[in-house]
Design a protein around this ligand. Structure first.
Ligand code: PRP
Ligand code: MN
Ligand code: MG
Length: 182
């Protein structure tokens, strides 16, 4: 198969930048949750990379669980109608929950997810996201930990896909127009 490098337009955030920021965020999370049991909830599939890289930087023995949700809608836009494809295995009552996401775009997925998880009786629910597109927000989401604010361009890599591909790029970048058939 062809090398992914030919499909890229530019690199937005290098692996070093992503990992350096995760070092800082992990230190904050360690301090903020000192003495508490923490449950990390990763949102499949995009959050797989950030979950793995964040969790291994934490010093307490956190639990990790996963949800898969689908926002109805096609292509590169999400609609705000969210359906659970895979629910958590963990009972959230009394738990400190930190949702781990790769990106907040419109904010619709996370605003739905936060209220869904809050209804399950947790002690707290906070959000950590690697990326956020402030210009694309349709709803305000209160985010505790943010890696980087980025411009409102379509980005791939580090968990983020275009048509389910490019998640395995170790950095965040944009795709060349020919990839979209332009
Ligand atoms: C992407 C991304 C976030 C969500 C953000 O997931 O990983 O979960 O969209 O969009 P929003 O803020 O506009 O709701 P996607 O639904 O593409 O699924 P995936 O993680 O499996 O790629
Ligand atoms: Mn996702
Ligand atoms: Mg996606």
């Amino acid at each position: 198969p062809a090398d992914m490098g030919a499909d890229l337009e530019k690199v937005l955030l290098t692996q070093e930048q992503l990992h350096g920021r995760l070092d800082e965020i992990a230190a904050q999370i360690d301090a903020d949750y000192a003495g508490k049991d923490l449950l990390l909830v990763g949102v499949l599939k995009g959050a797989v990379m950030v979950m793995a890289d964040l969790a291994r930087r934490l010093h307490s023995p956190v639990q990790m669980d996963w949800m898969a949700v689908s926002s109805y809608g096609s292509g590169t836009k999400s609609s705000g109608v969210v359906r659970i494809l895979k629910d958590l295995d963990t009972d959230l009552s009394g738990r400190h929950v930190l949702i781990v996401e790769d990106i907040i775009d419109s904010g619709l997925t996370l605003s739905w997810l936060v209220s869904n998880l809050r209804s399950r009786g947790p002690a707290s629910v906070e959000i950590a996201t690697m990326l956020r597109k402030p210009d694309a927000a349709k709803v305000e989401v209160d985010v505790r930990y943010i890696g980087f604010d980025i411009p409102s361009e379509f980005v791939v890599g580090y968990g983020l896909d275009y048509a389910e591909k490019y998640r395995n790029l170790p950095f965040v970048g944009t795709l060349a127009p020919h990839v979209y058939g332009a």
